[in-house]
Design a protein around this ligand. Structure first.
Ligand code: UDP
Length: 235
């Protein structure tokens, strides 16, 4: 394996599969199998999941809701997704712990950095729920923050596209994919990899990001092996 400890960021939307809302159990089951295969190779895996398939603070604000209130709802949505993934991971035989940035004593542990690291060392898959615990942030920021805190080697951003393109490939058929790009180039070209807060955090802490298509079975293993699929962002 190329890495020892990784942080996998999954968007909430990716859990929808072909649905318009909510969780497609088949997608979650598939993710769990892919994660198990990589974990079996000895990699330490921490995961952050978004909540966009259930609730997004920004969209609710546009419909008139108070932003902070809506963001807290978004954070709760990430916990629902985290619990679905936790269940699927345990069904395939993995040991897991869910740690949340908002205390929910009955269902998970509070986030304590040293504890998270200990779980990883013991071979448990750690899921970080409730984002950063703060409104006005995203789960991309939570992924960057937690990755730095636990000293992960890389953030793997699993999405529905297979990397970073020169333009939106769904709108521009001439768009081509980067196999590697620097943080500076991403800024200069105005490309959208993660939200800027998350992206800057990664850059400042020299944490590489790989964007890849998690919905293709086996891709996660390829990335963990260092096969050059997806797009690598680094200093
Ligand atoms: N959120 C937040 N603070 C955080 C992480 C998430 O307020 O640290 C809220 C925010 O409202 C966001 C929602 O949770 O819209 C869902 O997370 P996100 O949009 O990042 O999910 P994704 O796009 O990955 O599905």
């Amino acid at each position: 394996m190329k890495y020892k400890r990784i942080l996998l960021k999954l968007s909430g939307e990716s859990l929808m599969g072909d649905k318009q809302y909510g969780i497609d159990n088949e997608v979650v089951r598939q993710y769990a199998e892919d994660i198990k295969a990589v974990h079996d190779e000895g990699l330490e895996i921490a995961i952050v999941i978004g909540g966009g398939n259930i609730f997004r603070g920004l969209s609710a604000e546009k419909s008139g809701m108070d932003r902070a209130q809506a963001d807290y709802m978004g954070m709760l949505a990430t916990v629902i997704n985290s619990m679905a993934l936790q269940d699927a991971l345990e069904k395939v035989g993995l040991k897991t712990r869910l740690l949340t940035a908002i205390k929910m004593e009955q269902i998970c542990e509070p986030f304590i950095r040293r504890r998270a690291v200990r779980h990883l060392e013991k071979g448990r898959v750690v899921i970080f729920g409730a984002g950063t615990g703060n409104p006005y942030f995203t789960t991309d920021s939570a992924a960057a923050l937690r990755a730095i805190e636990i000293k992960a080697d890389v953030v793997l951003k699993g999405t529905r596209v297979d990397g970073i393109y020169t333009a939106d490939p769904e709108k521009d058929p001439t768009a081509t994919k980067y196999s590697e790009i620097s943080f500076k180039e991403v800024y200069a070209k105005g490309l959208n990899v993660m939200d800027m807060t998350a992206f800057t955090l990664c850059e400042e802490n020299n944490l590489p990001i790989i964007v890849f298509d998690m919905n293709k079975t086996g891709n996660f293993m390829k990335i963990a092996n260092g096969d050059g699929i997806g797009t690598l962002v680094r200093s």
